[in-house]
Design a protein around this ligand. Sequence first.
Ligand SMILES: *Cc1c(COP(=O)(O)O)cnc(C)c1O
Length: 435
Amino acid sequence: MPHFTSTRGDAPAPVSFEDALLHGLAPDGGLFVPETIPSLAPAGDEAESFPERSARVLTPWLAGEIAPETLRAITDDAFDFPVSLVPLADGGDGGLDGVHVLELFHGPTLSFKDFGARVMARCMSHFMQGRDEHLTILVATSGDTGSAVADGFAGQPGVEVVLLFPEGQVSPVQERQLVAQRPGVRALAVDGPFDDCQRLVKEAFQDEELSSALLLSSANSINVGRLLPQMLYYVWAAERFDDEMLFCVPSGNLGNLTAGVLAARSGLPVRRFLAAHNANDFFPRFLGGGPDEFAASERTLSNAMDVGAPSNFERLQWLLSEEELRETIWGVSVSDGATLQSMRRVYDATGYVADPHTAVGLDAVRRYRSETGDGTPTVVLSTAHPAKFPAVVEDALGFEPDAPERLAALWNEDTQSEPLAPTLRALREKLLHGA
Ligand SMILES: *Cc1c(COP(=O)(O)O)cnc(C)c1O
């Protein structure tokens, strides 16, 4: 069983998955990474279901900490929705031959974050059983994380979820999902951009006053509890191809891409990853030989990727050398204009309605193919349902996407949220005194 150590290399001793999961961040402020990477469990037969395959993939990572049958119960319960791999057939002239969309948005909050959040919630509640402590989960969210985590944890005894989101910078649907009233969930509307939310969470973890009063944990993509389950759909999709393929990952904080790299490091035959970013282009610039200097985040149509300082960059650098990073990952930045055009181009050629995040990925594939001439079959991770972004879809295509029923029902639910100034002091007050 792998133990988890810190990216910064001066953490005391490697810790168990349970400790890494419950603490979120290593004591030295680094991110937890596996000391060793177990080999991928061999594929089962074609009839093996996604939850079944997933439990077998996770087993060597968690052996000795969570029994295989408990893991199977966790994946069965967490993944009670479909994963679809949709080939985009365009008759050959739209440049989309061999491009497949991996729809990861059929979970309860309609984004891929349901995969990580639901498994993480169930693992945490497994480890909290029989303790009489209370866990406070702090989550900075640029939109989709918060709702997935709130949904995954709602009503779990002994756990409170506190969401920090950038006021006015998430879509109306995302905001509605964040502020929907759920047992054990508080939403804090931060007066500042997502980077402030993320910084506050990091500061809270390093604050002695808070950590002595509360058992704090994170549920951002910095938590290994989210990272490991995000490997599972890479494995499942790649095993549907006979030969090596490419994955294109619409990226922000680089958690999803890091999970793909972990899966590849454990033996999944992936030829290359395409990192598709919006105007927040730190990572593609770095891959192109630029400096590793973060920038302030910029608002775009694919707002769940509006991250100026991707926290998982530190993990990627730990997993791969600079040379390996540039060899394994090709990156590109897609503007808002190109995102809208991509939505139109794909719809016109195939009838497929992509959300703006997926559209960034689809345009990245087009750019990659025209720059490299490499037409290898490619799976684009579709990270959100188009109905989460009705205004953008309408702008691009002239109609609103069909909304699944659970989204429509949101508008009738009760809501709650509290304003928060972007300072550690204000957050401390909220957490300790509720004010
Ligand atoms: C979170 C999110 C992303 C970015 O994922 P990272 O792991 O932060 O790179 C992309 N698309 C959607 C819809 C998201 O919610």
